[in-house]
Design a protein around this ligand. Sequence first.
Ligand code: HEC
Length: 131
Amino acid sequence: MFKHFTTATWLSAIVATSLFSPAAAAADATAGKKAFRLCAACHALDGKNRVGPHLDGVVDRPVASVEGFRYSKAMVAFGEDGKVWDEQHLAEYLAAPRTTVKGTTMAFAGVKKPEDIANLIEFLKDPAAAD
Ligand code: HEC
């Protein structure tokens, strides 16, 4: 009896952990749309450059490639080897812009929570699809 009870307790603990662990949650474009408020002061998604370059199609877009935007020398150098903003480079840059691209003119401290970054990237893949 006692043994049965402990097994069931363990099982429910494991189920609860996997259901509520943020790491296990799928990236959420709707939450990413909300998180994009952090970016919207400087970045638009309508093809127009503002303080920062527009972010249309930024996922897998070559670094420093928007026409008419004056990138920092640091950003141009970062993209010189043909780098694209794949999910890994985006995640690194958004977590710590000034460490990832030393000398970047993006005056932004970074996004603290990994799940916010994952949600932002999910949103940026297809902004029109998010509610
Ligand atoms: C205070 C203004 C500001 C904020 C806030 C900001 N950015 Fe930026 N961002 C910039 C500027 C300026 C650049 C160009 C940096 C350079 O040339 O070094 C840039 C560059 C970028 C790039 C590189 C684009 C390219 O064409 O290579 C990405 C990606 C990016 N920002 C994403 C974001 C995201 C996502 C957020 C929100 C989490 C954000 N930024 C918040 C100003 C900002």
